[in-house]
Design a protein around this ligand. Structure first.
Ligand SMILES: *Cc1c(COP(=O)(O)O)cnc(C)c1O
Length: 372
């Protein structure tokens, strides 16, 4: 049995450092927003190449805090990819603004800069780009849209250590970025965690208040904040794992290369990709997924089977299937097609991706013959 991701195996090489970190915090008497968080914030800012990092409870709230800190709320629109995890959209909604979907490029899976202009309105206040699966979005092209009242924000939840074509790191490519340290991410804690990175000192200051009820410490509540704090335990674990991040990402890249070799795929311009997921597409996706599991014990997952505009939570926006005969608003056929075809293969450490890739290739060819 080959699971999509084995977290125990992922953390095993760092087990001693992780346990030392846990013990250090358990004995310290400081458990929330203490010296471990402060140290991690400095280390993560340095790693990403930015001036400031603000720890949060998770990435969704980190995004909400960024939007609110920039004064984005009711009546405002934020451009988001039509193909992302629903948390990206929910952050916009929780800030009080409206997510405006834009379709991705089918090759990179990231928001297509050429489609952004036609989604802009006088209410557009931000572009929220997602570095999906670990590949940086086309931030250079998205920067063209930035002006006094329009911010470029990164959802970097899947892109720890990813770089753009200039070598700059995810987290430093827009006005501000949100990271998730959910256990399965490229840098994962032993529970929930998140962070904001930015070079904007004012934003960092406001974000520090917003994550802690709007105050500094327990006093001086100048704004209505939320509770989204990073625990000392999670910060200490992240500090233990951070020195290993580049090696872990290099391992993912090597395993992705082996997949491409086995599957006969050409890799173009993916030097900075950190392969949070290794994703293929198949017109017979469900049958392929079932056969890989039933015949070979290979567990493949779908990220994500339903695009946010078709989720029940967003029926209020009034979007419909692009194939439906009558729908009141534009729909998103590329996101819908990707949701039907994408399949994530195991990429964890010690996985023989060349061997799995050969098996996948065999089943793909068998399916093509059967359905020919
Ligand atoms: C995981 C993830 C999130 C949410 O992160 P949390 O820390 O669980 O809130 C948001 N966006 C993307 C693209 C993600 O992969």
């Amino acid at each position: 049995m080959m699971p999509l991701l084995d977290l125990q195996a992922l953390n095993a090489p760092m087990q001693a450092e992780i346990e030392a970190a846990l013990l250090r915090v358990a004995r310290s008497g400081r458990y929330v927003l203490g010296p471990e968080v402060e140290a991690f914030e400095a280390e993560w800012a340095a790693y990403c190449g930015v001036k400031h990092c603000v720890g949060t409870g998770n990435a969704m709230e980190a995004l909400e805090i960024i939007l609110r800190a920039y004064g984005i709320g009711p009546g405002d629109e934020v451009i988001v990819p039509s193909n992302t995890y629903i948390a990206t959209w929910l952050a916009v909604t929780h800030a009080g603004a409206t997510p405006v979907p834009v379709e991705p490029d089918e090759y990179t899976y990231n928001i297509d800069p050429d489609r952004v202009a036609s989604a802009m309105t006088p209410r557009t206040r931000a572009i929220l780009a997602v570095h999906l699966y670990g590949r940086c979005a086309e931030m250079g092209q998205l920067r063209r849209f930035v002006c006094d009242n329009l911010f470029l924000i990164e959802d970097a939840a899947q892109a720890h250590g990813a770089t753009d074509e200039t070598g700059a790191k995810a987290g430093s490519l827009g006005h501000a970025a949100a990271f998730s340290f959910y256990p399965s991410k490229n840098l994962g804690a032993l529970g929930d965690g998140g962070a904001i990175t930015t070079n904007d000192g004012h934003l960092a200051k406001v974000a520090r208040r917003l994550r802690n009820y709007g105050g500094v410490g327990r006093v001086d509540h100048t704004i209505k904040g939320i509770n989204s704090r990073l625990d000392e335990i999670q910060a200490a674990v992240l500090r233990a794992k951070l020195p290993h991040l580049d090696a872990m990402n290099a391992g993912r890249r090597a395993r992705a290369r082996a997949y491409c070799d086995a599957l006969g795929l050409v890799r173009i311009g993916d030097g900075g990709h950190v392969y949070h997921q290794f994703v293929i597409r198949s017109g017979h996706r469900e049958e392929l997924r079932k056969r890989l599991f039933d015949r070979h014990g290979i567990e493949a997952h779908v990220h994500y089977p339903v695009p946010p505009h078709l989720e029940g939570a967003y029926t209020d926006l009034g979007y419909g299937y692009s194939m439906a005969t009558a729908h009141p608003r534009p729909s998103f056929p590329i996101a819908e097609r990707l949701a039907d075809e994408v399949l994530s293969l195991p990429i964890g450490n010690d996985v023989d991706t060349y061997g799995i890739g050969k098996t996948v290739q065999y089943e793909i060819e068998a399916l093509q013959e059967e359905f020919a």
